[in-house]
Design a protein around this ligand. Structure first.
Ligand code: FES
Length: 103
């Protein structure tokens, strides 16, 4: 599937994301050498993988840990997510996210 990422300079890149490897959107972005610190390695405790979802189909609801982190982020918006908590699956095809500053 394809995932589109808006970078801080406003440009967009399109990433190919395999659906059969159990990767998170964060891991796909890192594999493509985007600047995602993801300090906690996907544990939903650092928020340095914060993205704003600009376009998507149906997304799973944030889990408790993710929802709690998002509540504490000053830059969070109504469509903010932790990209480490979004598993790549066929429904995410065409997803557009914006990289957000960390907390
Ligand atoms: Fe730390 Fe996602 S990588 S919260």
């Amino acid at each position: 599937i394809n995932i589109h990422v808006e970078l801080p300079d406003g440009s967009r890149v399109t990433l190919e994301a395999p659906t059969d490897m159990g990767l998170s959107v964060m891991e796909v972005m890192k594999a493509n050498e985007l600047d995602v610190p993801a300090i906690c390695g996907g544990m939903a405790i650092c928020a340095t993988c914060h993205v704003e979802v600009l376009e998507s189909g149906e997304l799973p609801e944030p889990g408790d840990d993710e929802a709690y982190m998002l509540e504490t982020l000053p830059h969070a918006t109504a469509t903010s997510r932790l990209s480490c908590q979004l598993r790549v699956n066929p429904e995410l095809d065409g997803l557009v996210v914006r990289l957000m500053p960390e907390a």
